[in-house]
Ligand binder design. Structure first.
Ligand SMILES: Cc1ncc(COP(=O)(O)O)c(C=O)c1O
Length: 338
C-alpha cells in the first residue's frame, strides 16, 4: 500500500486517478444541482465533502427502475422522497414535477434503456458543523447506473434464500425508520450480521416478537389460510414494492386462486418457523423479490420457492420491463435523443 500522504496532486493527476478507479462500473450519467448540469464521465460524478449529506447523513434518497425506456413507478418514489425530505427538515426549491423532469432528462442523456436511477435531496454543502444554517443551497443529485443484484447469490430468486434473525443490531427509532435517509449504518450492520449467521439480508424482530423488516426489504408471508400478510408500516419503512405486491395479489393472485385474501397485520416470528406459515419472501427495490426457504436454519413452509412468490416475481419483473400485459402500473416515458 502506498502510504505517501504528503504528495500534492495536480488537477490532471487527480482526474487520471479518478478515471482509473472508475473503469467498468456502469455509472452512466449524473445530474448535480451543485454543478447545474449532467456529467457522463464517471470520474466527475462526485459529491462535495462539505455537503452535510456526507458528514452528517442529512440527506434523503430514493431509487427507481428504468425498464425498456420507461421509469417504473417514479411517482410513488418521488412522493416518498419528498415525505422523507419533509421529515428530515430539508428545505429545498423543487416540486415533484421539477424532480421528475430532472430525473427523466438525466435518463435521456444517459441513453440507458434498462438500469437504475438513484437520487438524493440534501441540505447541501457549507461546512462541517451539524447545523444546516451554514448550508447555502439544498442539493439534488441523481445518477443512472446499470442494474445490479441487491445481494446474495445471483440465482437466489429462483432458489430462495436462507434468512437469519438479527439480534445484535437495534431497530431504528420510528422517526428514523420512516425516513429513507442517508443514515443506513444500522441497515448495513443488519445485513452483515445476517451474513455472519448464514442468512442473507437479515430479519429484524421487535421486542414483542413480531417481524419488523429486513435490511432494505419488507417481509411478507402466506399463512395456512392462503392469506398474504405483511406487517403494518409502523416503525418501518413504507415499502413501495410490497405495496405493489399487495395490489397485484388483489387484482391477479386472488382471482387466479393462488391466494384467498390479504392482510396488513402483525406477524409473530415464532409462527413462521412453527407451522402457521406456508411461504415467506422479502421484497424491495421495485423488482427484487426473494423467497425465503429457511429461517435460522429451520425450513419455512415446504423449504422451496412458493407459488405466490414465483407469480409475483413474474408479474413485477414483467411490469418493470414492460414485457407483460395486465395492470400496467405507472410509467414515465423517457424521450431519448437520436
Ligand atoms: C429499511 C427498508 N425497508 C424496506 C425497503 C423496501 O422499500 P421499497 O420496496 O420501496 O424499495 C427499503 C428500501 O430501500 C428499506 O431501506
Amino acid at each position: 500500500m502506498n502510504l505517501i500522504t504528503q504528495q500534492i496532486l495536480s488537477e490532471n493527476e487527480v482526474l487520471e486517478k479518478l478515471r482509473s478507479k472508475r473503469i467498468g462500473l456502469g455509472y452512466r450519467a449524473m445530474f448535480s444541482s451543485y454543478l447545474g448540469g449532467v456529467v457522463t464521465d464517471p470520474a466527475l460524478m462526485q459529491i462535495p465533502i462539505d455537503d452535510h449529506l456526507v458528514h452528517r447523513g442529512h440527506g434523503v434518497f430514493d431509487t427507481c427502475t428504468l425498464g425498456n425506456g420507461h421509469l417504473y413507478r417514479l411517482s410513488i418514489h418521488l412522493d416518498r422522497l419528498l415525505q422523507s425530505a419533509e421529515l428530515a427538515r430539508i428545505d429545498h426549491p423543487w416540486s415533484k414535477t421539477d424532480l421528475a423532469k430532472i430525473i427523466t432528462e438525466t435518463a435521456s442523456i444517459s441513453g440507458v434503456q434498462n438500469g437504475s436511477i438513484r437520487y438524493w435531496l440534501s441540505v447541501g454543502p457549507g461546512g462541517f458543523s451539524p447545523s444546516p444554517a451554514e448550508c447555502k443551497e439544498a442539493c439534488f443529485y441523481c445518477i443512472v447506473f446499470d442494474p445490479v443484484p441487491l445481494g446474495g447469490a445471483s440465482n437466489s430468486k429462483l432458489k430462495g434464500i436462507p434468512e437469519a434473525t438479527v439480534r445484535g443490531v437495534p431497530m431504528k427509532p420510528p422517526l428514523l425508520a420512516k425516513i429513507k435517509s442517508n443514515n443506513y449504518l444500522l441497515n448495513v450492520l443488519t445485513h452483515m450480521e445476517a451474513v455472519d449467521l448464514g442468512g442473507t439480508f437479515g430479519i429484524l424482530v421487535d421486542d414483542d416478537g413480531y417481524v419488523a423488516e429486513s435490511c432494505v426489504l419488507n417481509a411478507a408471508f402466506v399463512d395456512k389460510r392462503g392469506v398474504l400478510r405483511t406487517p403494518p408500516f409502523e416503525g418501518i419503512l413504507t415499502g413501495t414494492t410490497i405495496q405493489r405486491c399487495m395490489d397485484l395479489a388483489q387484482k391477479q393472485l386472488i382471482p387466479e386462486g393462488l391466494l384467498t385474501g390479504l392482510e396488513q397485520a402483525p406477524v409473530k416470528a415464532s409462527d413462521v418457523t412453527g407451522d402457521q406459515i406456508s411461504e415467506m419472501f422479502v421484497c424491495g427495490g421495485d423488482t427484487h423479490i426473494y423467497p425465503v426457504t429457511s429461517w435460522d436454519g429451520i425450513q419455512v413452509g415446504q423449504g422451496k420457492v412458493g407459488s405466490v412468490a414465483q407469480r409475483l416475481i413474474e408479474l413485477v419483473e414483467g411490469e418493470a420491463d414492460r414485457s407483460v400485459q395486465g395492470d400496467r402500473g405507472d410509467y414515465t416515458k423517457v424521450h431519448y435523443k437520436a
